[in-house]
Structure formats: structure tokens, C-alpha cells
Design a protein around this ligand. Structure first.
Ligand code: NZQ
Ligand code: ZN
Length: 386
């Protein structure tokens, strides 16, 4: 029964020491490209473990994928794959390496300009993709168990996303011990990102989805409970295991199935990263409280539910309970060490028109669960975030 993994519907291989499973999960004849980021995976021995698990297969490597993976860098990986006839990709890293690998997997068989075809025209143009798997070293994005990818084109300061069923990982190894080396900034980023993923799918309007709501609330409460402990004890297996599983479930499609979704915070945040280079989670910590305030009328019922069930806020009138819940959200991000104001990152109000311009250029003028976050609303949100 050692092929039990193939019947694992999550395609997640979880636990300490599981990298060795790669040997039984990657086809024997695969010509593999291992993709990674900067120093971390090599320095901490994860690459060596992966290479050892791949055994005698033909294996090449491609390092240097940036945090916020860059289009030009990834196209060099595409060239290597085409030249050397590689046919299986293995991402070792965080969301950036996994997202980058998804793009590479799709771009290899793309005839035209891959940026235009995949990111601008949309994933409908993707007809095939190379098979790939991942070894996760940073819980945050959920990329290890979803079909999304976000790519940056540094030359034009653009950051765009695509999603395709063809880039769902064959499997992902989640070994919590691989996260022990994460610096506080990345741990905090991961908690804030996962938290915001849940909020984007939860704080909309009620559709009587009791399971999705309670699942979302459980994930939020888990992050609130373990977030500060993780900063204090990054080498605690149980904490990291809970964190890893929470971040994966926060964006693997489960809590978002059958419910309205927002994503305005993410879309506005991507423009801040594209123009100013902030970490993804830093942008979310800035924008989410602003979106919740701006949209408090249309999100009224869910904000009250969030206040009561997640933060146990029951005192005061409805407006005050919502204010308290938004404030608790901001305080939680700050407690994690992620600043929540544009000015904390030396960005002033005069930078806002360029962000609005970019949103408009990318057609992001009907955001949110009702499509009512137009450019004017986005501008108000950003002005409130200074
Ligand atoms: O480059 P190295 O040296 O490997 O260092 C990385 C990187 O600098 C470091 N790191 C990763 N694992 C480590 C480690 N350092 C020590 N020990 C480890 N075990 O962490 C830094 C950040 O890594 P990155 O992969 O960029 O972080 P994250 O996982 O937060 O990914 C962010 C990217 O994902 C996108 C974001 O926009 C951003 O581009 N997103 C992807 C999503 C998706 N696919 O569904 C959804 C998200 O909302 C998000 O947009
Ligand atoms: Zn995110």
C-alpha cells in the first residue's frame, strides 16, 4: 500500500521528513528542473535533501527567483527547459517560487509573448502546462494547493495574476521543520497574508453558508492564537504545523466554495507592491482596515458576526462593535510587527494618483463582492490608509 499517496485528494504530503516521498511521487523517467529563490533553500539544506530524494534522475537547477517573481527571470528558466528538454518542474520555496514555477510550466508551451498571452489576455489561452510539484518553505499564500500565480514585470512596474486548473501542483510536500529558519518578518507576513485570504472570502454578505463561515472563523481564531507565539518560538513543531495547515486551507478553494468573495484588498495591494516594492503582506495590512471601513455598510452583517464570533465583541451599539472589530484587526497586524499605514513605509498621499491610474489601466475598476469598488472608492480607501 505504499502508493496510498496517489489517493490523497489534497495532494498534500505532510509532516517531518516527508521530502523523501518525492522519490515515489516523481516519475522515474522525469527530466527535472528544481527551481528555487535566493539563498535560503540552499543554505538550510532543503535543496540537498530534494536532490538526494530525486536520486539518479536527470536533474538541473534554476535559482534566483525573486520575492515577487520576475517575468524576465522566469523566461530564462523557460529557455533552459526548452534547450535541455526538461519535462518536470519542482519548486522549492515560498509563494514566489511556486507561483513562478506555475508561470514557467504554462509558458514553456506558449508560442507568443508569454506575458501578453498568459497574464494580460488571461488563462483561457493556456492549453497545456508541464507537470510540477512543490516543497513549501514558507506558509502564507496557499499556492501549494491552488491554481493561482502572481507575476511581476519589473521593467513596467506591473504585477498581474492568472489562474488555471492546468497549474495545480501534482503534489506538495509540507514539512513544518523547513520553516524553522524563517525570519520574523516572513513569519509575520505569512500570518497576515493567510488572515487576509480568509477575510476576503468571509467578510462579504451572508448567504447562510454555515460551514464555510465557521471554517473561516476557526482559521482566523487559529491565526490570532498562534501568530504571536510563532514569533516567540519559530522552532516549535506544533505551532509551525498548525500554521502551515491553516495557511494552506485559507486559500485552497474550500472556504470560498459557494460564497461571495471580495479580493479588493489584494488587487489594490498588488499595485502598491508593483509601484513601491512593499512585501505583499505589508500592502494587505495597510489596505484591509481601509476596505472594511469604506465598505462597512455593505459588509455590515458579516462585520458584526466577525466581531462577535472571532473577537468576542458583544458590548456597545452595532457601529461601535464594528469599529472595535476593525481596530482589533489592525492591532493584530501591528502586534505581528506589520505596520498598517502607508506613511509607515514612507509613502505619502501624492503617490496615490499613480496607484489609481494603474488600477484603471488594468481594468480593476469594479472590485469587491458587489463590483462597486470603483476607482473613486479605491482612492478614498488609499487616502484613509495614509
Ligand atoms: O529567496 P530566498 O532566499 O529563498 O528567501 C525567501 C524570500 O526572500 C524567504 N524564505 C522562504 N522560505 C524561507 C525563507 N527564509 C528562511 N527560511 C525559509 N524557510 O522568504 C522571502 C519571501 O519569500 P516569498 O516566496 O516571496 O514569500 P511568500 O510566500 O509570501 O510569497 C509572496 C508572493 O506570493 C504572491 C504574492 O503576490 C507574492 O508575489 N501571492 C500568491 C498567491 C497565490 N499563488 O495564491 C496569493 C497571494 O495572495 C499572493 O498574492
Ligand atoms: Zn495574499
Amino acid at each position: 500500500m505504499n502508493n496510498f499517496q496517489f489517493f490523497n485528494p489534497t495532494r498534500i504530503v505532510f509532516g517531518e521528513g516527508q521530502i523523501k516521498q518525492i522519490d515515489s511521487l516523481v516519475p522515474e523517467s522525469a527530466r527535472v528542473l528544481v527551481l528555487y529563490g535566493g539563498e535560503s533553500a540552499r543554505k538550510h539544506g532543503t535543496i540537498d535533501e530534494v536532490l538526494s530524494a530525486l536520486g539518479s534522475r536527470h536533474v538541473e537547477q534554476f535559482g534566483g527567483i525573486e520575492a515577487n517573481p520576475g517575468y524576465s527571470t522566469l523566461m530564462r528558466a523557460v529557455e533552459q527547459i526548452r534547450s535541455n528538454k526538461l519535462d518536470y518542474l519542482l519548486a522549492v520555496g515560498g509563494g514566489s517560487v511556486i507561483d513562478g514555477t506555475k508561470f514557467v510550466a504554462a509558458a514553456v508551451n506558449c508560442d507568443g509573448n508569454a506575458w501578453q498571452e498568459i497574464l494580460v489576455n488571461g488563462a483561457k489561452n493556456i492549453k497545456s502546462a508541464l507537470p510540477f510539484a512543490s516543497v513549501l518553505t514558507l506558509p502564507a499564500t496557499g499556492s501549494e494547493m491552488n491554481t493561482n500565480s502572481v507575476i511581476t514585470r519589473y521593467e513596467t512596474k506591473e504585477k498581474l495574476a492568472f489562474s488555471s486548473d492546468l497549474v495545480f501542483p501534482q503534489f506538495s510536500v509540507l514539512d513544518p521543520t523547513k520553516t524553522y529558519t524563517l525570519p520574523p518578518r516572513q513569519l509575520a507576513n505569512g500570518v497576515v497574508d493567510a488572515f487576509t485570504h480568509v477575510m476576503e472570502q468571509y467578510i462579504t454578505y451572508p448567504v447562510n453558508a454555515k460551514v464555510q463561515d465557521r471554517f473561516a472563523e476557526g482559521l482566523l481564531q487559529t491565526l490570532i492564537e498562534i501568530g504571536p507565539e510563532l514569533l516567540a518560538k519559530p522552532s516549535d513543531y506544533s505551532l509551525q504545523a498548525n500554521f502551515m495547515w491553516t495557511a494552506t486551507l485559507a486559500l485552497n478553494g474550500l472556504i470560498g466554495a459557494g460564497v461571495p468573495q471580495d479580493w479588493a484588498t489584494h488587487m489594490i495591494g498588488h499595485e502598491i507592491t508593483a509601484l513601491h516594492g512593499l512585501d505583499h503582506a505589508q500592502t494587505l495590512a495597510i489596505v484591509l482596515p481601509g476596505i472594511l471601513q469604506e465598505q462597512r455598510d455593505s459588509k455590515h452583517k458579516k462585520l458584526l458576526q466577525y466581531a462577535e464570533r472571532v473577537w468576542q465583541i458583544t458590548e456597545g451599539d452595532e457601529a461601535s462593535r464594528i469599529d472595535q472589530a476593525i481596530e482589533q484587526t489592525r492591532l493584530f497586524f501591528e502586534q505581528m510587527g506589520v505596520k498598517t499605514r502607508l506613511s509607515d513605509y514612507r509613502i505619502t498621499a501624492d503617490a496615490i494618483p499613480a496607484m489609481i491610474q494603474q488600477l484603471g489601466d488594468h481594468g480593476l475598476n469594479q472590485l469587491g463582492e458587489h463590483g462597486d469598488v470603483d476607482l473613486e472608492k479605491s482612492r478614498r480607501v488609499l487616502e484613509a490608509c495614509v
